[in-house]
Write a protein that binds this ligand. Structure first.
Ligand SMILES: [Zn+2]
Length: 248
């Protein structure tokens, strides 16, 4: 993340007795661009500067920028500084950025159809736990339905079937099971019947759902893919040794 500035320098010459002296004066500084990881969409880009306000004293600027990728706005405060005695170099830096960037590193094995909502659920967790929880519940339900073929009228029933699956590890089934208690489904029937509905959340519910999604995605997508790659590697080895492949 670095702001770039356009700098006007003026060279003043004067005579100190017989000796000609030269000093460089910083006349003006203008913010030129700001490259940053967009806090909305996560793309690293040169932001467009929409509006610039100079803050006195010194060379500090309030910058309202927009992301060329998602068109959302961000606010940054940048500073131009000639010289940093600690670094022994010229420095320009971003002093503040809003909204804050939260890196979201989803495993590449998670299919695209879940990634967008999942990313958003993580990003808005603090600003709107209700909306985040609604997104998480919907993704959870979609994964249970599409990846495990379990479909009922209510999420609670689907969870019931899911935790009974023979190969689900106990840490995951307990975590998924707890969604109903932590979300107090009894008091909020909509969470159960219309999972994507935005309704009040219980304390810690949005965070819990994200944790559960993390474990569920690991179980449903990441581990099977790793296993598949390991098998392929072993089979290639067997083949190179002139042996038949493993039984699947
Ligand atoms: Zn963006």
């Amino acid at each position: 993340m670095e702001p770039k500035f356009e700098v006007d320098l003026d060279i003043n010459q004067y005579f100190d007795g017989e000796i000609e002296q030269q000093i460089t004066v910083l006349e003006d500084v203008k913010p030129k661009s700001l490259s940053a990881e967009c806090p909305h969409c996560g793309v690293y880009a040169a932001m467009s500067l929409d509006s610039v306000v100079t803050r006195e004293p010194g060379w500090k600027f309030d910058l309202i920028c927009s992301c060329p990728n998602c068109r959302q706005s961000l606010f940054a405060q940048g500073e131009y500084s000639d010289y940093d005695p600690d670094e022994d170099s010229k420095v320009s830096r971003v002093l503040a950025l809003y909204p804050e960037f939260q890196p979201v590193n989803l495993p590449p094995e998670i299919p695209d159809k879940y990634r967008g909502d999942y990313r958003e659920a993580i990003l808005i967790k603090k600003i709107s736990p209700k909306a985040s929880a609604a997104l998480s519940r919907r993704i959870l339900q979609n994964i249970i339905r599409e990846e495990f073929g379990i479909k009922h009228r209510s999420l609670a029933q689907e969870i019931d079937d899911f935790i009974k699956l023979p190969n689900v590890p106990s840490y995951l089934s307990s975590a998924v099971d707890a969604i109903r208690n932590i979300g107090n489904f009894a008091a909020h029937p909509l969470k159960d019947s219309r999972t994507g509905e935005i309704v009040d959340v219980e304390p810690g519910e949005a965070e819990w759902l994200i944790e559960v999604l993390d474990s569920l995605c690991d179980f449903a997508f990441v581990q099977p893919e790793k296993l598949k790659k390991r098998k392929e590697a072993l089979n290639n080895k067997l083949q190179s040794m002139g042996k038949p492949p493993m039984k699947s």
